[in-house]
Design a protein around this ligand. Structure first.
Ligand code: GDP
Length: 527
């Protein structure tokens, strides 16, 4: 198939939610409905087999969170759907933010009882900032949940966009009768059960059908009044407004009962956009250009303990990837030959023969590829927008057994390149390495991974710093002067970018006033 057609049939989206809203369940059901897996429970199986594999995964298990995000690909109708999972816990938000840079749309899962929760709000802010289109699924209507009208206005408040219901629930909990498809003017009757498939659902046409009214009584009267109200008050669905992140289509259902899942899958195919152009510093890159380009948005070490490899996750931005092709790392000019690139078909890892814009390929490597790296057929390109956030928490790290200093360095370099933590090397002589994080849990994860993956017992110690700013200046002389005069507070990160470390916002302000020519950045963009 020619490149433009391949691009047009791709849909790449992230699934976002607060922990426990039902993201794993919905993911599994999406795969099930697309025919990518045969048996419900396979996604959970993947989770639990990985839990067994290392101490690091134990943290994930104990806290009931998903530390590592993953990628799944499936075919549905004529589309190739790439689903990127996002870690739900706020401590891993940095990783999640980067995943959001690799998608063209997001699917937001909300627990109907809890409404829009804090972690979802943070992720939504990133989607909003990037104008990522969002499809909303309100889950757990088989339980007593909030009134759908309240949920709708909560979604609107938090998203700052119009919520346009495509379906509407009739009753809830023990009285959950089903959902009324507003656009097709028919009701899908709810039946509990994990085994059921949508084909067998009972459908009743017409909002004025007396059969529905008599069967579902006051629940239906209420739903009909609400539908009248919202269709009268809300603007009609506008596809452009959705693509621009100004409207979100809303679906109701119960993921565990496979109810409402098909509608979400269809909405992804019918509404979500195919891959679009991507901004690089040099130029705008179109997805259907013939030459390959792609960007590393995530690096993960030791994904599979049996292989002990590092996998760089590359989102294809343009062109075609073919197995065995040679590509250049734009940052270093280094050529790599790609024979053993993997895709992420459901829970299996398979070799990729071909990939197009929107697809994610996994490249096993030994530290050649960093976060933010761009792969091309030779052109020098640097995509913008992959964020690194200035850490808000710092700890100094030392190895308990000095003979293992080298292993500590190796481990930290790799974990730093992976983005699990930020590693800073202070200029000051004798300074222990500093770890910078956004959330406290990152330190625990790193300590556990150092132990299980690198055999290093690390000692974490308090640090006097609690904020960092990357520094740049219009010319190298000004920058060097600043770095020399403030050496006690300067540290370099994994890509040798200098940062100023301060113990308080006041200290930072003083230095900023002293050096008006130097710019202090709370975010660094490329790898
Ligand atoms: P995640 O943390 O967002 O991935 O959430 P999970 O998919 O693991 O679901 C969290 C809990 O909610 C699990 O116990 C699920 O069985 C349950 N759950 C998911 N969907 C539904 C639903 O539609 N109805 C009910 N009652 N429970 C659900």
């Amino acid at each position: 198939m020619p490149i433009p057609q391949e691009v047009a049939r791709r849909r790449t989206f992230a699934i976002i939610s607060h922990p426990d809203a039902g993201k794993t369940t919905l993911t599994e059901k999406l795969l099930l409905f697309a025919g990518a897996i045969q048996i419900a429970g396979a996604v959970k199986g993947r989770k639990s087999s990985r839990h067994a594999s290392s101490d690091w995964m134990d943290i994930e298990k104990q806290r009931g969170i998903s530390v590592a995000s993953s990628v799944m690909q499936m075919e549905y109708r004529d589309c190739v759907i790439n689903l990127l999972d996002t870690p739900g816990h706020q401590d891993f938000s940095e990783d999640t933010y980067r995943v959001l840079t690799a998608v063209d749309a997001a699917l937001m899962v909300i627990d109907g009882a809890n409404g829009v929760e804090p972690q979802t709000i943070r992720l939504l802010q990133v989607c909003r900032a990037r104008n990522t289109p969002i499809i909303t699924f309100v889950n757990k209507f088989d339980r007593e949940v909030q009134e759908p009208l309240n949920l709708l206005s909560e979604i609107e408040d938090h998203l700052g966009m119009d919520a346009i219901p495509f379906s509407w629930p009739v009753g809830m909990g023990r009285h959950f009768g089903g959902v009324f498809d507003i656009r097709r003017d028919r009701m899908r009757v709810f039946r509990a059960g994990e085994e059921r498939r949508t084909e067998n659902d009972e459908l009743i046409d017409g909002i004025n059908n007396p059969d529905i009214a008599s069967r579902f009584g006051t629940d239906f009267d209420k739903a009909r009044d609400e539908i009248d109200l919202i269709t009268g008050a809300a603007p009609p669905f506008d596809h452009e407004a959705f693509l621009g992140g100004r409207q979100t289509p809303v679906f109701f259902g119960s993921a565990i009962n496979n109810f409402g899942v098909q509608e979400v899958l269809d909405a992804l195919v019918d509404l979500a956009p195919p891959p679009g152009p991507r901004e690089a510093l040099e130029r705008k890159v179109q997805p259907d250009e013939t030459k390959f380009s792609g960007v590393v948005f995530k690096v993960q070490a030791n994904m599979d303990p049996a292989h002990r490899d590092r996998v760089a996750f590359v989102r294809v931005s343009s062109g075609v990837f073919n197995r065995g092709m040679r590509l250049k790392v734009a940052r270093t000019g280094k050529e790599i030959r790609l024979n053993n690139v993997v895709s992420f078909l459901s829970q299996r890892r398979e070799l990729v023969e071909e990939a197009f814009a929107g697809d994610v390929i996994g490249i096993p490597n030994h530290g050649v590829l960093h976060l933010g790296d761009v792969l091309t057929e030779g052109e020098k390109l640097q995509f913008t927008g992959l964020p690194f956030f200035a850490p808000e928490l710092f700890q100094a790290v030392e190895v308990k057994d000095p003979l293992r200093t080298k292993q500590l360095r190796t481990g930290l370099t790799q974990l730093g390149e992976e983005g699990a933590i930020q590693v800073f090397r202070p200029v000051a002589a004798g300074g222990a390495l500093l770890l910078g994080a956004i959330g406290q849990l990152q330190f625990e994860v790193v300590a556990q991974r150092l132990k299980s993956e690198y055999g290093v017992d690390a000692r974490m110690m308090p640090s006097r710093y609690n904020l960092a700013r990357w520094v740049t200046a219009p010319d190298s002389k000004t920058l060097q002067k600043f770095l020399d005069s403030n050496a006690a507070n300067i540290a370099y990160d994994v890509v040798e970018a200098p940062a100023f470390l301060a113990s308080s916002p006041a200290q930072l302000r003083v230095v900023q006033e002293l050096y008006p020519d130097v710019t202090f950045h709370a975010m660094r963009e490329h790898g």
